[in-house]
Design a protein around this ligand. Sequence first.
Ligand code: HEM
Ligand SMILES: *[C@@H]1O[C@H](CO)[C@@H](O)[C@H](O)[C@H]1NC(C)=O
Ligand SMILES: *[C@@H]1O[C@H](CO)[C@@H](O)[C@H](O)[C@H]1NC(C)=O
Ligand SMILES: *[C@@H]1O[C@H](CO)[C@@H](O)[C@H](O)[C@H]1NC(C)=O
Ligand SMILES: *[C@@H]1O[C@H](CO)[C@@H](O)[C@H](O)[C@H]1NC(C)=O
Ligand SMILES: CC(=O)N[C@H]1CO[C@H](CO)[C@@H](O)[C@@H]1O
Length: 352
Amino acid sequence: MASAASYTFLLILTFLSVSHIKVSEAQTTPPIVKGLSWTFYNSKCPKLESIIRTELKKIFDKDIGQAAGLLRLHFHDCFVQGCDGSVLLDGSASGPSEKDAPPNLTLRTEAFKIIEKLRSIVEKQCGRIVSCSDITAVAARDAVFLSGGPEYKVPLGRRDGLTFATREVTLQNLPSPTSNTTTILNSLATKNLNPTDVVALSGGHTIGISHCSSFTNRLYPTQDTVMDKTYGKNLKLTCPTSTTDNTTVLDIRSPNKFDNKYYVDLMNRQGLFTSDQDLYTDKRTKGIVTDFAVNQSLFFEKFIAAMLKMGQLNVLTGTQGEIRANCSVRNKDSKSFIASVAEDVVEGFLEM
Ligand code: HEM
Ligand SMILES: *[C@@H]1O[C@H](CO)[C@@H](O)[C@H](O)[C@H]1NC(C)=O
Ligand SMILES: *[C@@H]1O[C@H](CO)[C@@H](O)[C@H](O)[C@H]1NC(C)=O
Ligand SMILES: *[C@@H]1O[C@H](CO)[C@@H](O)[C@H](O)[C@H]1NC(C)=O
Ligand SMILES: *[C@@H]1O[C@H](CO)[C@@H](O)[C@H](O)[C@H]1NC(C)=O
Ligand SMILES: CC(=O)N[C@H]1CO[C@H](CO)[C@@H](O)[C@@H]1O
């Protein structure tokens, strides 16, 4: 027993002394893209961030699960076509939107309602000057902070897009939970995210839930040999078949707290998705998982940096796009809307 204890101690010492994060990746605050700023609404809507936080506090006091829904919504917005609020748009006569692609089936309907509610409160106080995409970015930050995670500033000034991505583009841009690390690293590298960013962002899975269909590939027909046996047995009780419509938590140690326990789960073979667990199998990311598992401050620091990068993917700024009057539809007065309606009308005539 004494030797087991000292072995553990030695292991911990090793973890503490060796950082696996490359020096080239050590930069903390990523650059801010042109058009976004830290003080964007300071004069036009100085209360913006306190309005959002006050409202979200009330909502999370009733149901902390909504925090996870908002964090994931921002991720989906940014990964598909850029952080332009496109994920919020309803599909239209011209075709199904991002919302209609399979990954959306598991975005919480409440998250969309919360964003629209925040938008209308903000509009009452400041007029229609804050975009749905900025509100989504601030809400994601507050979801992290109010769940016990780090506080950080979000650069603002995003504008809302006039178009939504198709179902196909949505699927191409959102990696599958059944992917291995190679696939995830390649997919996120196309968005300029490095292995440290990938491991840090995956730490978003420290809160929230998943439906059976996202991980039963690891249970049936045979249990993934990497998965802890007891953990797998319990997951099978929650999901007796691969089509059971049931949910389970992503981080079994502290499901509603934004902390570094997700990485401790991975080290104990209790990661839920293949895409999570494989980060501790793959040599390129294993050390980073270990670094975050033993040092929460390090995880928080890298998570903030990665969120700042993610939150600026292909943003619209300046006079691009618009400020929506309803997060789920384009403005009726937008020029391109009128143009596309005209096109639809012409097509309609041709069909007749
Ligand atoms: C790296 C690739 C990623 C994959 C493959 C992935 C996959 C998934 C899947 C399949 C679910 C569960 C959906 C369901 O069945 O209900 C989920 C949930 C979630 N994801 Fe990810 N995700 C990834 C990255 C991220 C990132 C970057 C974030 C945020 C920083 C994030 C935050 C969340 C949260 C908070 C939930 C829980 C949502 C809820 O409780 O409603 N994920 N993810
Ligand atoms: C990862 O997945 C891809 C695509 O399914 C596959 O081609 C590759 O061999 C896998 N890599 C490893 C190391 O398992
Ligand atoms: C859903 O999961 C719970 C435990 O997490 C389990 O008791 C219940 O039987 C499951 N429901 C179904 C339909 O399997
Ligand atoms: C943990 O990470 C923080 C942030 O990078 C660093 O300042 C601190 O020295 C690390 N702590 C240990 C014990 O390595
Ligand atoms: C926003 O637009 C949707 C779709 O047209 C509509 O159902 C909803 O009532 C609108 N919301 C508000 C607050 O006007
Ligand atoms: C939250 C949300 O918008 N969910 C939609 C996802 O797609 C399905 C299928 O098209 C819709 O029925 C949901 O409303």
